[in-house]
Structure formats: C-alpha cells, structure tokens
Write a protein that binds this ligand. Sequence first.
Ligand code: GLN
Length: 448
Amino acid sequence: QAHLDAIAALNPRLNAYITVTPELAAAQAAEADAALARGEAGPLAGIPLAIKDLFCTAGTRTTAGSRILGDFVPPYESTVTGNLLRDGAVFLGKANLDEFAMGSSNTSSAFGAAENPWKRQGDDTALVPGGSSGGSAAAVAARLALGATATDTGGSIRQPAAFCGVSGIKPTYGRCSRFGIVAYASSLDQAGPVARTVEDCAILLGSMAGFDPRDSTSADVAVPDFAAAVARGVKGLRIGIPREYRVEGLSPEIDALWRQGMDWLRAEGATLVDISLPHTKYALPTYYIVAPAEASTNLARYDGVRFGLRENGEDLKDLYERTRAAGFGDEVKRRILIGTYVLSAGYYDAYYVKAQQVRALIKRDFDQAWAQVDAILTPATPTAAFGRDENQDDPVAMYLNDVFTITANLAGIPGMSVPAGLDGKGLPLGLQVLGRPFDEETVFAVGG
Ligand code: GLN
C-alpha cells in the first residue's frame, strides 16, 4: 500500500508506470500473507515489483510502449514473470519503456516520456531516465517499487540503471527465458532485474532465471545462488581494463570514475590487467544493422489482422498500411526501414552478412580476453542523464549512448551496471562489470 500511495503521488510527474494494478497487487499480497501464515512463503513473498511493459502478463494490458498494442491483453504469462509470481512477488503495474524497447531515453513511448527522479543541482530541467527500461529504473530510484524487471538488447537495463543511480544486470544470453517477452531483436534480447542494490539484483535474478523448454535459446544450465556470490569479494581476481573503451570524447568525470573503480578493486585485492578488445569500434555499426534487421522481421506480425490495433482499409494491403502507419512511432518505422534495407536481396551480403561476421570477431575478442582476466571493468555510459529535449533530432547521437553496453549483447555475455558516484552536477554515474558466459557470480562479486 505504501508503494501504491507513492505511485499515486509521484507517477503523474514521473510517468514511470503505464498501467498501475492496485487490485491485482492487493490480491497477490493477500496470497503472499496466506503463504507466510502456512509457512510456505517463497523467497520473494510480498515483494512489490514493477514489470516492464514488454513482459506479457496474463489478464493485464501489455503495450510494449506502442499504440499498435495499446489494447492488447495477453492470455498468457511470460516465463520470467511467472517465475516471480511462483516465488511470491507482488506486481504493482507495468513500467514505461521506449516503443518496442527501441531507444535510450524513454522518449519514444506512445504513452509519453518517463522522467528521471534525479535533477541537476540548482536546475529544474526534466532529465531522461535512460532507456529503453526507463520506467523500471525511474520506479526503483523513486521508491515506486522495490525492484523491477527489465530487458536489455543493447544496454536497456544497464544505461537506465546508471542514469537513475540504481543497479541492473543483463545476464548471459539464454539465462532467462524470452518466452512471453515482446521480441525486439531475438538474438540480443535478454531479461534481467533492476534494483537498488547488487544483492537485490542477485536475489531477483535467481528467481527470474532458469531453463524453459518454451524458448529454444534458453540454456539448460543450473541457476547458482547469485546472492551468495555478492559477498565473495574480489581477492585474487584479475580484472581487465580494455584500452579501446577509452573512447574519444570520454568526459574527464567518467574517466575519473573509472579510475576510482580500479582503485577500489585494487584495494580489495584484485589485480588489474590492461587488455585489448580490438573490434570494439565496430560494435555500434554492427548492432545497428543486426538489431533493426531482426526487429523488421519480428515486427512483421503486427499487421492488424490477428491482434492489436486495426485500422480498416479498402483491401488487405491497405489495412496493413493504415494499421502500421497509425500504430508505429517514428523510431520504430526508422528501424523497420533500416532492417528491411539491410536484409534486401541487393544489400544482404554487404550489410547483414558482413555485420554477422564482425559480430563473430567481437565475440572472439572476449573469448581471448577470458584467458587473461576473470571480469572486465568499464564505464556504463559515456555521459550522465541528459535533458529530455537533447539528442532528439539526431538519432546517431542517441545511438552513441550504447557504445559501452552493446558489445555484451553482441557477444552474449553478462554485464552489470553499478552506481559508483555522482558527477559535478550531482547526477549519478555507473560502472559496468562484464563477465564470462554463465559466470554472473563473478560479476556479482565484483559489483558487490
Ligand atoms: N538503445 C538501444 C536501442 O535503441 C538499446 C535498446 C535496448 O537495449 N532495448 O536499440
């Protein structure tokens, strides 16, 4: 109830939730109480969460931040949210996001932008919470939920966590089932938690993760006790510092934060190792071919025929065109255009195939790095949260936000953003920890 009251007070400004579900929350909380009374409470009994509005929730509207799914009520539950319910969690509502998770600022949502609860000192400018999981991060930061689910295709968990001063982890590709999560780019999408602390993330991920036969890319790998790994410490670990992440234009504040992180780890007994990930500079262009290509095929299902918005037309083709024209926002249309272009017969080899080849090289860089180090430390983002009106007219400047985070998606490895300090204007900044595939435990140990 305290969280619902906080939502009622602050959500009109922050717009962190698209849908609030007080009746459902009350029913789930009553169930958790009953389970507690029977001595059968799950590990998340009564824990109030925000659910990114990309996870299908049975009986609760799931919009993906898009007009085209504005009235869509799924008849089934995503595996990840089902796992959380199994463990006793309470869902407060569905969190705002960029349309179909495409974006870095939560400004492309058809339900209005979400706002970052943080402000620059002495400056009332509304700042973005990051994206695409902006509502999830804003809700956790503003205490409108104890934790949240999110998804990350190129940074959508880690960048908003960094912008809002909270923690977030994208686990290894295959760690969480994608069943029932609205697809953006299927070979990159992964679910993960956003929470106040590294330990809270570990507890939530332990519940979200696990093999699922309904997702053919789900990994049949045991889920370890992530929370126990948080306290392990870093003594004896080798931490890589990739020189290619010292990108041109890296702000002196972010650079200082990175050095501070290195000092912390060294002081706790880790060894820092200078490493090279030579194909890093190709990651951004590679991602912006692979992700739109997959998006253009995934979004072909929104045709106005089977579910979602329908605009009637003179014939079937006209119905498709009118539905998509009215249902999709500008950024989604831009990505569909890029995606169909790079997949078209004349350009497939030059763009899509080439991007897949470069992706393999990026993955190989990491494979080679793991011979030398146990984890990698980088900044999470190149800047702190920016104003809502900044970067809006320049999609490429917006895409640069992902420069430190997308490599983990291309390589399929786990990555976590941990709040690490404030900039000169009092805004939170994050550091990123990357780890070996299915070694989230070391990522949690370093993050903790
Ligand atoms: N900002 C990136 C994009 O727009 C990543 C989004 C995400 O991880 N879902 O594609």
